[in-house]
Design a protein around this ligand. Structure first.
Ligand code: NAD
Length: 352
């Protein structure tokens, strides 16, 4: 197939991990006979340093024209004191909004060989492989009215969801479950919140269109506890913006290093794929950043943006095999291999 992919390396370790993902995408193109066009553009501090805004018009234009976008990370201490519109991080919210990305997918799985890398007992963590599907553009983070009273005495935020918003994110979760283990846990706070009661009713309706997928409902507090106590019991977790923000971080934290975690944000247009970590200025430029989060994000890009499931699985199997040998950067392995060494091994393990 022919596909155009826009690479946005960004700041700090962003360029290092995007180079790793690019190497794997080129190898997929060559080994599976696809014609991928890979182009790069500036974002974040890398754009500011060139006298451009954090999300330059050219970059947004290129993103809209691409089939998918792969982002490294943004954030640079050099710009921390600037006003908020001139901070690298402003580019993230701007690109998510401009591309209408309303569905955020964050898988958290334990890779064989890394059962002891997280904070849980290895036998509790074993077999963990969940996907958090989070609504990204509604709920408490965007609802109106919002604000702090003039006298500073009280403040308000509004949690609001429409049926349409719940339906479209629910469909993402059910479709994702069909490609996994056919189970969706919808998380809400229906014992207290009216919004959650609407959420629960709409998700139940959507479930009727997916009789092959088993739906259960869970309260958010119970879910937070169960992720820590029995993480392997989950397949797909479907939830709204605020709950998803918190639960996806919890799910990520239990499987080990931040450097392992990929994400996808999907909407009407091209999807945005990025590792969960930031620009990690403390380790930038040293060739020691873990490239797995970015490479696993490239696998998600192949799966969700290009519907190349075989190729996505091949990349994930190459990662799995590499990590199972004990190979890894210093955040996960005593081998303390370089970014480029880990990437080379993943590339050599990639098989059609
Ligand atoms: P961070 O994720 O950059 O780093 C947190 C810790 O994890 C650091 O010790 C870092 O060395 C380590 N780490 C992160 N990624 C790693 C990897 N791939 N391999 C090995 N170790 C890794 O978070 P932070 O330090 O809070 O933020 C640094 C900058 O990144 C800030 O400017 C922040 O605003 C920005 N940020 C950007 C994003 C994004 O682009 N999506 C997300 C979070 C933070």
């Amino acid at each position: 197939m022919k596909a155009s992919i826009l690479l946005l390396p960004g700041d700090g370790i962003g360029p290092e991990v995007v180079a790793a993902a690019e190497q794997i995408l080129r190898a997929v193109g060559a080994r599976f006979a696809h014609d991928f066009t890979l182009q790069s553009a500036h974002i974040g501090g890398a754009a500011l340093r060139r006298g451009l805004p954090p999300l330059p018009d050219e970059t947004l234009k290129a993103a809209r024209a691409a089939d998918a976008v792969l982002l490294g990370a943004v954030g640079d201490p050099e710009f921390d004191k600037g006003d908020s519109s001139r901070r690298p991080e402003a580019a993230l919210l701007a690109i998510r909004k401009a591309l209408g990305l309303y569905a955020n997918l964050r898988p958290a799985r334990v890779w064989t060989g890394l059962e002891a890398a997280g904070p849980l007992k290895p036998d509790v963590l074993a077999g963990t492989d969940m996907l958090v599907v989070r609504e990204l553009t509604g709920g408490l983070y965007y609802g109106e009215p919002r604000g702090i009273d003039a006298d500073g005495g009280s403040a308000v935020n509004t949690m609001r969801y429409s049926r349409g918003e719940v339906e479209r994110i629910a469909r993402h979760a059910f479709e994702a479950a069909r490609a996994r283990r056919n189970r969706v846990t919808s998380v809400d706070k229906a014992n207290v919140l009216e919004v959650s009661r609407l959420w629960r009713a709409v998700v139940t309706e959507v479930a009727h269109g997916y009789p092959d997928v088993e739906l259960t409902h869970m309260l958010v507090d119970a879910c937070a506890m169960k992720i820590a106590l029995a993480p392997s019991s989950f397949d797909v977790i479907l939830t709204e913006n605020l709950f998803g923000d918190i639960l996806s971080d919890e799910a990520g934290a239990i499987v080990g290093s931040l450097g392992l975690l990929p994400s996808a944000s999907l909407g009407e247009g091209p999807g945005l794929f990025e590792p969960v970590h930031g620009s990690a200025p403390d380790i930038a430029g040293k060739n020691i950043a873990n490239p797995v989060g970015a490479i696993a994000s490239a696998a998600m890009l192949l799966r969700h943006a290009l519907t190349l499931e075989t190729e996505a699985s091949a990349v994930e199997q190459a990662i799995a095999w590499t990590l199972s040998t004990g190979m890894g950067t210093r955040d996960i392995s005593q081998r303390a291999a370089h970014t480029t060494e880990v990437t080379a091994m993943i590339e050599s393990a990639l098989q059609p």
